[in-house]
Write a protein that binds this ligand. Structure first.
Ligand SMILES: Nc1ncnc2c1ncn2[C@@H]1O[C@H](COP(=O)(O)OP(=O)(O)O)[C@@H](O)[C@H]1O
Ligand SMILES: O=P(O)(O)OC[C@H]1O[C@](O)(COP(=O)(O)O)[C@@H](O)[C@@H]1O
Length: 328
C-alpha cells in the first residue's frame, strides 16, 4: 500500500481534523503517502485534490471544522457521478480511501465500494452520534458541551425573568444530543422523537406539565430542550403557542450551527485519533467496506452498509431516569 486518499463529508464535526492528523501520521509510519479530496464527495467527483504531507497536519487536532472542507453532494446519488468518482480514485493511483463522515456518507462509500476493488474505510464523524457501530461519534462530545454551556447561560436569564425557554438543539433524526444535554442541564422538559409524543399532542402535553410544575414550584424558570424538527412548525411557533396557553412569557433560542463549531474536546480528539489510526492499520491489514468504531472500549469494524440501520439507542438507563424520575 503506497498511497491513500482522505475526504470529510456531510456535517462537519469538531475532531475531524484530529482524525486527519492521526490518519496521515499513522500512514507515514507505514510509508504511505496521503492526499486529500476537497469538499467531500465533490472533490472526489471533480478530482480536486491537495497534498497532505505531515507538515500540513501538524497541530491541527484542536481546530474545529475540517482542513479538507466538507459539503453535501447530491451528485453522489447518481450512478454516472459515482463512476466519475471511481475514475478519480484510479487516476490518482490510490490504494485506499478513508471517508470521515456520517451514515449518509457511508451509504455513498458503500455504493462506491461496489464499483471498485480499491478498499474504502469509514471514520464516524458527526455531532449527532447516530451511527451504528461506535458508541460515540467524533464531534458529539464537543457539540454537547457547547450546547450545555449555552443552556447554562439561558438558565440565568430564565431564572431572573421566571420565564419559559425552548432551547432547540441539533439532531434531525436522533435525540442523542437532546437527551444528554437536557439531562445534564436539568431541563424540565426534553422533546425528541424518542419521547414518543405525537407532534399534535406536544402543546397539550407540555402545557399540562408546565402548569403542574408551576403549581408545585411557584414562579420558576422552566427550560425545554427540543431536538430540531420535533415540533413541525419550529421552536418559535411553539413558544408563541405556549405563551398563549399558559400566560407566561415563553422564548425560543435556536442554538443551530454554533453547536458544530469550536475547539474539539479532549474526548473527541482522543476518539478521533484512535479511530483514524485504526482505520489506517485496518486498511493495511486488508480491510475494506467497513467503518472503524469503538464499542465498549474495543476498536471494532462494522460493514459500511450496516452503519445506518438506526439500531443505536439512547442509553436506556438515562432515558428511563429522565422519564420516570427527573421529569416528574
Ligand atoms: N444513499 C446515498 N447514496 C449515495 N450517496 C449518499 C447517500 N446518502 C448520502 N450520500 C452522500 O453523502 C453526503 C453526506 O450525507 P449526509 O446524510 O448529508 O451527511 P452525513 O454523512 O453526515 O450523514 C451526501 O451529500 C451525499 O453526497
Ligand atoms: O448544515 P446543514 O446542512 O443545515 O445541516 C444541518 C444538520 O447537520 C447536522 O449538524 C449534522 O448532521 P449530519 O452529520 O447527518 O450531516 C445535524 O445535526 C443538522 O440537522
Amino acid at each position: 500500500m503506497k498511497k491513500i486518499g482522505i475526504l470529510t463529508s456531510g456535517g462537519d464535526a469538531p475532531g475531524m481534523n484530529a482524525a486527519i492528523h492521526s490518519i496521515v501520521t499513522t500512514a507515514s509510519v507505514h510509508n504511505i503517502e496521503c492526499i486529500g479530496f476537497e469538499r467531500g464527495y465533490n472533490g472526489l467527483i471533480d478530482n480536486a485534490t491537495c497534498a497532505l504531507p505531515l507538515a500540513k497536519v501538524k497541530h491541527i487536532s484542536h481546530l474545529g471544522g475540517t482542513i479538507l472542507k466538507s459539503a453535501r453532494c447530491p451528485k453522489m446519488l447518481e450512478d454516472r457521478y459515482r463512476q466519475q468518482a471511481i475514475t478519480s480514485l484510479n487516476s490518482n493511483s490510490l490504494d485506499g480511501l478513508i471517508v470521515i463522515g456520517g451514515d449518509g456518507s457511508f451509504q455513498g462509500a458503500h455504493l462506491l465500494s461496489l464499483l471498485t476493488d480499491i478498499p474504502i474505510i469509514g471514520v464516524p464523524g458527526t455531532i449527532d452520534n447516530d451511527i451504528d457501530g461506535s458508541d460515540f461519534t467524533i464531534g458529539f462530545d464537543t457539540a454537547a458541551n457547547t450546547a450545555l454551556d449555552a443552556i447554562d447561560k439561558v438558565r440565568d436569564t430564565a431564572d431572573a425573568f421566571e420565564r419559559i425557554f425552548i432551547v432547540e438543539v441539533m439532531g434531525r433524526h436522533s435525540g442523542q444530543l437532546a437527551v444528554n444535554i437536557g439531562v445534564a442541564a436539568e431541563a424540565e422538559q426534553i422533546l425528541c422523537p424518542e419521547m414518543n409524543i405525537e407532534p399534535h399532542q406536544i402543546v397539550q402535553t407540555v402545557t399540562a406539565h408546565i402548569n403542574a410544575y408551576l403549581k408545585v414550584n411557584g414562579h420558576a424558570s422552566y427550560i425545554i430542550v427540543a431536538a430540531e424538527k420535533t415540533y413541525p412548525d419550529g421552536a418559535s411557533a411553539l413558544a408563541e403557542m405556549l405563551t398563549k396557553q399558559i400566560g407566561i412569557d415563553c422564548r425560543a433560542c435556536v442554538l443551530g450551527h454554533l453547536q458544530r463549531g469550536g475547539m474539539a474536546s479532549c474526548a473527541d480528539r482522543t476518539l478521533a485519533t484512535k479511530l483514524g489510526a485504526f482505520a489506517v492499520d485496518s486498511l493495511v491489514n486488508g480491510a475494506k467496506s467497513v467503518m472503524s468504531g469503538e464499542v465498549n472500549n474495543q476498536l471494532v469494524l462494522t460493514k459500511l452498509v450496516d452503519t445506518g440501520l438506526g439500531k443505536k439507542k439512547i442509553d436506556p438507563y438515562l432515558l428511563d431516569l429522565y422519564k420516570n424520575k427527573l421529569s416528574l
